[in-house]
Write a protein that binds this ligand. Structure first.
Ligand SMILES: [Zn+2]
Length: 266
């Protein structure tokens, strides 16, 4: 989810531009249409002062929740996960509620019953740079919005899986899908680099398998950031952003990823 664009002066831009998950953002004119549906996706479970401030703004706009077939839950081992939680205090939660209102028409910072997993890469060579980008709650340099961007997990090149944000909280990592998507970053500079890194891939697949089996997420809904616009769950209320996506994890590479994931059933 790298914020990209013209160079921006100032420390903030430096801090934000250090990391990214794309060699560039793209904006396509033809965004897919989302099926009208029930409003329950991502809208339940809101508690706290900010979350209960406003009811769902537009009950008919969120994509339909997937009905069966969804994978059966099995006994999939939880991979070893190292907690490096970023600060997510009340201010950031309020900003997440406001973001969810603007972009999805729901008033919650909570991620409830996610239906999509989005794979990214960081365009950094180590985990610490990624953490340093996600931890501060500052506007991103691409869209200039709050809260700061983040991702739920980061898979390092040595195979270490870091958890930065609980999967019960929304993160800004993929325009159009944050209300229902878990984000997984990979330290690296390209799809190919990660696909050919055995240690990193082993951890990535173990994490994605565990998350998708636990959450009944279909393999087809494990997508690359670059596939975001074609997800049936894509939903964006801000017209100017309806064709916005990034270049990380293109379809051909995700097809490879999904084939490997399919060998690890729930
Ligand atoms: Zn990305």
């Amino acid at each position: 989810m790298r914020p990209v664009g013209p160079a921006v002066a100032g420390a903030l831009a430096v801090a934000v531009a250090v990391v990214g998950c794309s060699s560039g953002s793209t904006n396509r004119s033809a965004a897919p249409t989302a099926a009208p549906a029930s409003a329950s996706a991502g809208a339940t479970g809101a508690t706290g002062p900010a979350a209960r401030a406003t009811p769902i703004a537009s009950p008919t706009t969120l994509p339909a929740k997937a009905q069966p077939p969804r994978p059966a839950s099995g006994r999939v081992p939880r991979p070893r996960i190292v907690d490096r939680l970023i600060p997510f205090p009340a201010k950031r939660r309020r900003e997440m509620v406001a973001y969810a209102r603007r972009h999805y028409g729901i008033s919650t910072y909570r991620l409830t019953d996610p239906h999509v997993i989005v794979e990214h890469y960081t365009e950094t060579s180590d985990f610490s740079a990624t953490y340093s980008t996600f931890a501060p709650d500052v506007p991103d340099s691409e869209l200039h919005e709050l809260p700061g961007v983040c991702s739920h997990f980061v898979v390092d090149r040595d195979g270490t899986i870091y958890r930065l944000v609980p999967t019960t909280i929304m993160c800004r990592h993929t325009v159009g899908l944050n209300y229902t998507a878990i984000g997984i970053e990979h330290v690296g500079f390209s799809d190919a680099q990660i696909l050919h890194d055995a240690r990193q891939m082993r951890s990535s697949l173990a994490l994605t398998r565990w998350l998708r089996c636990r959450g009944h997420i279909r393999i087809r809904d494990v997508i690359g950031h670059n596939e975001s616009l074609s997800s049936p769950y894509h939903h964006e209320r801000v017209a100017a952003l309806r064709g916005q996506t990034h270049d990380d994890w293109k379809r051909a590479d995700m097809d490879t990823y999904r084939r490997r994931l399919a060998r690890l059933p729930c």
